[in-house]
Structures are given as structure tokens and as C-alpha cells.
Design a protein around this ligand. Structure first.
Ligand SMILES: [Zn+2]
Length: 595
């Protein structure tokens, strides 16, 4: 693999035209300051894929894909970064020096490779014991009793870690593997200097593979009295739980074929679904589903089905995911199993046809949510209806698509026998104030916060570096409420202080992927400020951010004073009173400078 200096990469990026390059793959049309077209990374009928020539970035509002000209080529042609650099250098006539990898880069690549090989060795060892050794008998019996077939054991490379302190340790030592690296991967546990013991003992082992088929970690199910029941590899430089789905590599072709994905929670749920012919399944493995997981899955299909346990905990778990799905613009279905059943057990009892029927008839998670609300809050009472409306609206306002949002507003209005305009207004005002019902009963206030002012400040900073200077003068970034916007603004501040300018690629390079995406979304929002009013906009935003911060500080202080009063029986400590006065002074100052 080749490596290029940062200057070379910048030169290639500067010479390239992102619009020209992407036009080879996408029919782009001018739209305001941007270009727009149908996204090549997900299927869509209305174009939500945007390209900005001036900033040299692209972003898809449908699937979240985005980046610079290099990431576009890498993604669309499935090539590596150096290959993308070479292709563009050829096209735009930039000569690349022949250069080999720097020693530190070669070392890092070699280290990763060594880590992968240790996982591979460990997996071979576990597999050999399960399938060929006498010591594997308890695990073979256990798996047979759970209905797992040999073919499934082979396909998923299941294994067994014997109930010994040094089984894997001896095996790795004999093969000259680095034991400290094995401990870094969570396979061994250190017990003093240069001495270790096996982390997995008496467990059926599930190797967890990435999309390239390489083992990044393991899960282990105790077959005896071992505690905990499930043990997973810790996050490591190879394994990031929020990015890996168990079984995705085996399922991916089936996801496309069936245009559907079933999401389960456990290893055995997944194996059983797979064995039952429902091979379009993946498992989350105890970690909560993340936005990253969903974006990974939607490369294959948008039709998602949650299959959780048929008890209160399972239902709660699926409902907790609703906001995540809504924000990604996804509409999952939920399969409801009989009380007390889990997918694994239900299928093992032979209810495959029943299971398939439940998939077909499963309600949308959103409908399931609304049904449940109506059950929890007595809609006969005014108060119950207000509570119900507010909880539902808090969810509905997360739906990005206007038409779908309106559909659910109408459905909700009908259910609660309220005027839909009442609900629309309420959502339009960001759920501020109280929902006024016939008798004026109060509904609970939603905690949604409004980050528009902070977003505008960030957008101004991206438009012209001179605004960064102004923003820093105001020291307003410290007062941001949104942690993600604050991180983005700080990254811009850092680059600006170092460079005196704001090259976007450098800002992006310092941000994690979800923040990069957020920043792209902000940049692409079609808001054109009229020449000359930016200063006024900035001032208004700064004022608003300060006011909100003051409000937060005030309510925080009020809480602390109340607590102190409770403790001391009515007396308020000096320090809190002083803070109270300081806040009052800040408020007076803010009033004076305000509109
Ligand atoms: Zn897309």
C-alpha cells in the first residue's frame, strides 16, 4: 500500500473538481449554491444527494453518506484511499513521488495484522476443541440440546473454551504469539508481570467477524454455572461494538435478496433464525443499536424488523429504539411474540409458520408505540389525554419527513379526539408552553431544546473565516448547550488558531464520523444570508445562546438552593447566595445589551 504526504493529498484535492468527478456517476443539476442528484449509495426517487463545489464536499440527506472527492471515489468504486489519490492525480495531472510507507505506518499496519492473527489462532483453537476433542463433549451436548445443527456450527465457526486457566495460554505460547497482545484483545487476563490466564473458560465461543470476514472479537456463553452468562471481548483497536453487527457478513446477500432485515438481540436467536431459513438476520449482542448500525444496514435494505423477547423488557427495549429509527427516517416493524417467549425458544418449539405470520402482520413500531401510550394513560381523563398527546408529539416531531409527520399528527388527533390544528401548532412551537385542553389542565413540558442559534453560529463560521474571529471574541462556544455543536465549533476554533484560516478538510479530519455528518448537514442547509446582515444575525444568536445558558444556570442553581434548604432546614449557604447575586448581575447585563 502506498502512502502520500499531507501536502500531496491537499494538492490533488485542490486540483480536482468534485462536481466533475461525481458527474461521471450521478446526473447533477444546479440547485441554488449546490448541485443535486439521485444518490448512488441508496435507492431513492427524489434527489437528496448534494454536492458543493466551493467547499468540495458531498452529502446525502437520505442515507447520510458524505465526504470529499476521495471518499466519494472510495465508496463508489470500493477502492482504498491511496488508489483514489492515484486515480485523481492521473486525471488532473498531479505527479506523485514514488514513496513508500513511513516506518510508523508500516509498524501500525503490521501490528493490526498481528492482532487479527491472534484472534484467528484463538478461533482455531476453540473450534478444534468443540469439533474434534474429547474435552469438547459438554459443549457439543449443550449445543445439541439447544437445537444447533452441525452445519450451523461450521458456518459460524463456533468453538469451545475449556474450563481451564491456561488452555488458550499454552496454545498461543506454543505458537509464539504475543501474549500481551492477546491480553489487549481481551483473550487473556494479566495476573502480574509477564503472566496471564485465560479470559474465557467453560464457554461456547462465537467469533465475531467484520464485513471483510476477519475476526474482531468473541462472545462466550457459559455452559455451566459460569458468571456472567455472556461474556464479550472488550472494545479494542479491532473491535468497536457500536459498529459491528453479529452475522451481518453471513446475512448480507440475503438482506438484498429478501429486501428485509430481522434484528435480534442474542447469538442463539440469530443462529436459530438462520437455521430456520430466515437468513436475513443480524444480532446486536447486548449493546444498544446505534445510528452507525442502522446506516450500515440500510446499505442493503430499509425494511427493518425488530424481533425482541415477548416480555415487558423486550417491548421496552424495542420502544427505546423508536427515536433512533425516526431520526434516521426509518420505519421498522416489530414482531410481537407471545408473553414469555424469545425468538430462539419459539422457533425451537417448531412455530416457524406462526413466526412468519407474526412477521407479516407485525405493526410498525410507531403504531405499537401509540397503542401502548393509549393503554398507559387513561384517555378518558383530560389529564391522561394531555400526557398522551405530549409524549406522542415528542416522538412525532422527530420524524424528518413532513408528509409522514402530518399523517401521524392526524392519526393522533383522531385517537385523542382533538383538533389536528391544536397538535400542529404545538409541534410548530417546539412543544413550548402548555397544551391547553378544554379545562386548561397542564401537560408535562417536553425537554426538547432548540439549537438553531448555535447551528447558525456554526454555519456563519463555515461561510467566512472572519466570523470565526468574531465568535472567538464573544467566547460564545463555551455557552453552547448542544455538546455535538460545541465539539464542532471547538474543532473549527482549533484549526483556525493554528492556521489563521479554516480549511474544511482539516476540520473534518479532526471530527468523528457522526459529527462530520452533522457539519455537512449544516453546510448544505439552503440558507443564504443577505449580504450585510450577518453581523446582526450573529449578534442575535449570541444573545439567544447567552439567555438560554443563563436560564439553565438559574434553574440549576434554584435546584441546588432547594436541596440545601431541605438539608439545613431553611437556611441557604453563603456561597449559593453569592452565586445567586452573580447570576442576577449577569442577567441585568444581558438585558441591557439585548434588543
Ligand atoms: Zn444516499
Amino acid at each position: 500500500m502506498r502512502f502520500f504526504s499531507e501536502e500531496k493529498v491537499s494538492e490533488v484535492r485542490d486540483r480536482s473538481s468534485i462536481v466533475e468527478v461525481i458527474s461521471d456517476y450521478v446526473n447533477l443539476k444546479k440547485a441554488g449554491r449546490n448541485f443535486r442528484g439521485l444518490c448512488p449509495f441508496h435507492s431513492e426517487k427524489t434527489p437528496s444527494f448534494m454536492v458543493n463545489e466551493e467547499k468540495q464536499i458531498f452529502h446525502c440527506f437520505g442515507c447520510g453518506a458524505g465526504g470529499d472527492v476521495f471518499s466519494f471515489l472510495m465508496k463508489v468504486n470500493q477502492i482504498s484511499f491511496p488508489e483514489a489519490v492515484e486515480e485523481l492525480a492521473r486525471r488532473y495531472g498531479v505527479s506523485l513521488p514514488l514513496q513508500t510507507a513511513s516506518p510508523s505506518q508500516t509498524k501500525e499496519a503490521a501490528r493490526r495484522e498481528a492482532l487479527f492473527q491472534i484472534n484467528e489462532l484463538a478461533s482455531n483453537y476453540f473450534q478444534e476443541i468443540l469439533t474434534r476433542r474429547r474435552e469438547g463433549e459438554p459443549a457439543r451436548q449443550y449445543l445439541a440440546q439447544r437445537g444447533i445443527r452441525e452445519q450451523t456450527i461450521d458456518e459460524f465457526h463456533l468453538g469451545y473454551a475449556v474450563d481451564r486457566w491456561d488452555g488458550l495460554l499454552q496454545y498461543l505460547r506454543k505458537r509464539g504469539a504475543s501474549l500481551s497482545m492477546a491480553s489487549e484483545l481481551g483473550l487473556l487476563i494479566p495476573k502480574g508481570k509477564e503472566s496471564w490466564f485465560d479470559a474465557f473458560r467453560g464457554r461456547v465461543m462465537f467469533p465475531i467477524r467484520n464485513l471483510q470476514g476477519r475476526i474482531v472479537g468473541f462472545g462466550g456463553r457459559a455452559i455451566g454455572t459460569g458468571h456472567p452468562k455472556y461474556l464479550n471481548s472488550p472494545d479494542s483497536s479491532l473491535y468497536h461494538k457500536g459498529e459491528i453487527l453479529y452475522g451481518l457478513r453471513e446475512a448480507k446477500t440475503f438482506l438484498r435478496q429478501s429486501d428485509q432485515v430481522m434484528i435480534v438481540e442474542g447469538y442463539f436467536d440469530l443462529l436459530m433464525l438462520h437455521q430456520s431459513g430466515l437468513r436475513q438476520s443480524v444480532a446486536t449482542l447486548g449493546t444498544a443499536l446505534t445510528a452507525h448500525h442502522l446506516r450500515l444496514l440500510r446499505r442493503y435494505t430499509e425494511r427493518m424488523v425488530l424481533v425482541f423477547d415477548g416480555d415487558a423488557a423486550g417491548q421496552q427495549a424495542s420502544l427505546r429504539l423508536l427515536p433512533l429509527f425516526l431520526e434516521e427516517g426509518l420505519w421498522p416493524k416489530v414482531v410481537l411474540l407471545p408473553e414469555g417467549e424469545d425468538p430462539d425458544g419459539f422457533l425451537r418449539k417448531g412455530h416457524l409458520e406462526d413466526f412468519k405470520r407474526r412477521i407479516a402482520e407485525g405493526p410498525l413500531l410507531m403504531d405499537f408505540f401509540l397503542d401502548r401510550l393509549a393503554k398507559i394513560h387513561p384517555v378518558k381523563s383530560v389529564e391522561g389525554r394531555a400526557k398522551c398527546a405530549d409524549e406522542a408529539l415528542a416522538m412525532i416531531q422527530r420524524i424528518p419527513d413532513v408528509i409522514q409527520r402530518d399523517f401521524y399528527l392526524k392519526a393522533l388527533a383522531e385517537r385523542l379526539e382533538l383538533e389536528v390544528s391544536l397538535l400542529r401548532n404545538r409541534i410548530g412551537r417546539g412543544l413550548k408552553g402548555r397544551l391547553r385542553m378544554e379545562t386548561g389542565t397542564q401537560g408535562p413540558l417536553s425537554q426538547r431544546y432548540d439549537s438553531r442559534a448555535e447551528e447558525t453560529v456554526v454555519r456563519l463560521m463555515t461561510q467566512d473565516p472572519r466570523w470565526v474571529g468574531r465568535v472567538l471574541e464573544e467566547r460564545i462556544i463555551d455557552e453552547f448547550e448542544s455538546p455535538s455543536l460545541q465539539q464542532i465549533a471547538r474543532a473549527m476554533e482549533e484549526v483556525y488558531r493554528r492556521r489563521g484560516d479554516l480549511p474544511l478538510s482539516e476540520v473534518m479530519a479532526g471530527l468523528e464520523e457522526t459529527l462530520q455528518e452533522k457539519l455537512r448537514r449544516i453546510i448544505f442547509k439552503e440558507v443564504v444570508f443577505e449580504e450585510g446582515i450577518e453581523e446582526k444575525i450573529l449578534e442575535d444568536c449570541v444573545q439567544k445562546i447567552r439567555e438560554r445558558r443563563l436560564k439553565r444556570d438559574k434553574s440549576e442553581l434554584r435546584k441546588r438552593i432547594r436541596e440545601a434548604e431541605k438539608e439545613t432546614g431553611g437556611e441557604v449557604p453563603e456561597a449559593l447566595l453569592a452565586e445567586h447575586q452573580a447570576l442576577a448581575r449577569r442577567e441585568a447585563l444581558l438585558r441591557k445589551s439585548g434588543p
